[in-house]
Design a protein around this ligand. Structure first.
Ligand SMILES: Nc1nc2c(ncn2[C@@H]2O[C@H](COP(=O)(O)OP(=O)(O)O)[C@@H](O)[C@H]2O)c(=O)[nH]1
Ligand SMILES: [Mg+2]
Length: 292
């Protein structure tokens, strides 16, 4: 979880650091989450990166619905954005990404050639919202433990370049971007994938929202995984803010033997279990958005 709160001051600072680093690079490698490729993109990325080449990586594709990810790649392609899905923990997409980087920078390479400039490497930086996989990707792409992984923002900012080959250098510190806040649904999806600070969230409420979202896109998943009956689910969906709001959570608690003193189903633990099962892929590869 990120423990970083995006107060206006933090956003101003993040924007300033991004703008400084952008002066140094030809290309931005933008990271989004494959499960929510729209909600996990920074709202100002287009204006921030105006005039820069760009490649979009859809991280955590191992957790996302493959057919939805394919649809999103087509959707971005139509907008002239080259998108590559990947599991950032592995190196399997490295060659493809290097190709896309060179494609995206072809105009600059040509211009250098016309002007007789030789040996100037392309310079790139990685950017994205917290927890999207920036450090993990830099490690895999650079092929050594050159960037810290983990969830603590605010690591010292020195400008160091990682030389990937003769033609390509990567800024070792990624640009940390703020997410979209205006749209409530966007905030909910970010919370569901675990990219908001859980301490400020009501896990029972969040788990109820997850059940609703999943029921919309993947009817059957919750029922099958936790042996929930159609009745329990429909009572929940019809009456979620009344007394029976926790019918499904109670059933999950009973199914998983999460029982409090007095034989009461522990819906707090059931909520955490459900969220955790979803985030770690134990409910399957599921996407929470579709192309618009
Ligand atoms: N399953 C999966 N987990 C990933 C992937 N990329 C990153 N992670 C995990 O997501 C968490 C956040 O990654 P990190 O690289 O620290 O994100 P950053 O805040 O953008 O630098 C870590 O626990 C990573 O192991 C991916 O492609 N698939
Ligand atoms: Mg990081």
């Amino acid at each position: 979880m990120t423990d970083y709160q995006w107060y206006p001051g933090h956003m101003t600072k993040a924007r300033r650091m991004m703008q400084e680093d952008l002066k140094l690079v030809d290309l931005v490698i933008e990271l989004a989450d494959a499960r929510i490729p729209l909600s996990s993109r920074n709202p100002d990325i287009d204006s921030l990166c105006a005039g820069k080449s760009r490649v979009l990586l859809l991280c955590k594709e191992d957790l996302a619905d493959p057919s939805v990810t394919r649809a999103f790649c087509g959707y971005f392609e139509e907008q002239g954005i080259s998108a590559v899905p990947l599991d950032a923990r592995t190196r399997s997409a490295n060659a493809l990404i290097k190709n896309r980087v060179e494609e995206a920078c072809r105009a600059r390479i040509e211009r250098d050639r016309r002007r007789g400039i030789v040996g100037r490497p392309l310079r790139a930086m990685v950017a994205g919202i917290p927890n999207v996989g920036k450090s993990t990707f830099i490690n895999s792409f650079a092929g050594k433990a050159s960037a810290k992984t983990g969830n603590k923002p605010g690591v010292t900012r020195g400008r160091q370049w990682i030389r990937l080959n003769k033609g390509l250098e990567l800024l070792d510190t990624p640009g940390i971007l703020w997410p979209k806040f205006e749209d409530e649904q966007v905030g909910l999806r970010l919370a569901l994938i675990g990219s908001m600070n859980d301490e400020n969230l009501d896990s029972v409420e969040l788990a109820c929202d997850l059940i609703k979202v999943l029921n919309n896109y993947y009817p059957g998943v919750i029922k099958e995984k936790y042996n929930i009956t159609e009745d329990q689910l429909s009572v929940f969906l019809e009456d979620q803010y009344a007394n029976e709001f926790s019918a499904v959570l109670s059933a999950i608690a009973e199914n998983r033997k999460l029982i409090k003193q007095g034989a009461v189903p522990d819906i707090d633990r059931a909520s955490s279990l459900l969220l955790d099962d979803f985030r770690s892929g134990r409910l399957g590869r599921l996407s929470l958005e579709r192309p618009e």
